[in-house]
Design a protein around this ligand. Structure first.
Ligand SMILES: [Zn+2]
Length: 64
C-alpha cells in the first residue's frame, strides 16, 4: 500500500458536491482510480490525476 496516492486538495474537497443531488461526497478507492462517492445516488466519481470528474455520465454505479 502506498501513501503517495494523489487525492483532492482538502479545500477543494470541502466544496465538492454531487452534481446530481448536491449531496456530500465521500473519499474512496475505485477499481482503477481514487473516487468520490455519493451514497445517496450510489455513484462513484473518478478522480483523474487529482482532478475530480463530477459528471454523472462518467460516474460508476455502486451496486451491491
Ligand atoms: Zn448524489
Amino acid at each position: 500500500m502506498s501513501e503517495t496516492q494523489q487525492t483532492v486538495e482538502p479545500w477543494l474537497r470541502e466544496i465538492l458536491r454531487c452534481p446530481q443531488c448536491k449531496g456530500i461526497l465521500t473519499d474512496a478507492t475505485g477499481p482503477a482510480t481514487p473516487e468520490l462517492r455519493c451514497i445517496t445516488c450510489s455513484l462513484g466519481y473518478p478522480i483523474d490525476s487529482g482532478v475530480p470528474v463530477l459528471l454523472v455520465d462518467l460516474a460508476r454505479r455502486l451496486d451491491g
